[in-house]
Design a protein around this ligand. Sequence first.
Ligand code: COI
Length: 354
Amino acid sequence: MQITVAETKQRKSKPDDSNLGFGTIFTDHMFNMDYAPEKGWHNPRIEPYSPIIMDPATMVLHYGQGVFEGLKAYKTASGNIQLFRPEDNIKRLNRSARRLCIPEVDEAFLLDALKQLIGVEKDWVPGAPETSLYIRPTIIATDPFLGVRASHTYRLFIILSPVGAYYPEGFNPVKIWVTKDYVRAVRGGVGEAKTLGNYAASLLAGDEAHKEGYTQVLWLDGVEKKYLEEVGSMNIFFVIDGELITPSLNGSILPGITRNSVIQLAKLWDMKISERLISIDELVQAHAGGKLDEIFGSGTAAVISPVGEIKSGDQIFTVGGGEVGPMAKKFYSAITDIQYGRAEDPMGWVEPVA
Ligand code: COI
């Protein structure tokens, strides 16, 4: 399939790289492609960034049949642009799509489309330290229909946003809040898919966390409300008595690509790393026994994000004296050094953009 390119006549002015925040600025162009049963995925095109006009009955607006991804393009010191593990994001997009009855896309074609779009928008990749171009591929159901069934037609679009740190705290420790009142996902549900509704379902608990002065919610499993799962915008790692632990993927946790990168690096470095069940009680006990060395989150947007304080019920505990711990620093440096081309890429994770 040939991708048509229609460039805008009016390019926007570029923002100040040193003060980008997250997800508020969008580039000049986007990628669009449509699906119809008789044509498959068709009409791939790069065109000026513009609103999507929809019938009010469009299915995604009513039943949330949609999936998305998040990945980033990085500028190296020599001005080259590179992606980090983009094939893994595209594979996960297809896994999420399958779970939501959305037709899969050709993975090699989508990677090529993504690279072409970034090629057109290369001047938008910011150069200030720790900034990047966030890439948001999304697929939505587009039939105008109110019955509950899978849509027959879809739109896939990719938008780009120059970003800095996801959390206002930057690389400083965030505070997270454990809730037993709400759950994010249950096994057999859609927790491991990157679908729109998972994020909507997290908002009320997120609001309560904010009211309590916490940045994010640390979710427990949806059945026993006992085992730690993830933070919604990131996966979670604990360092207890020298062991690096992350909850095993059980069907209700998003299989994060940064999570997998941390695990692979830990193995490369011969660290003690366990993917296993970890309960809130184990965490509380580890803290009481002085063995909870560190907690940090991992995600594309969040990168590696140290956690300085946890609140669970009436208990509040400070982790690592509220400071950034050595493991968080080590993984943050190793991963960002690979992403920005400052270090060797022993795993072959980096993919240049033409
Ligand atoms: C990401 O890390 O890319 C995410 O999608 C998390 C969040 C921004 C929704």
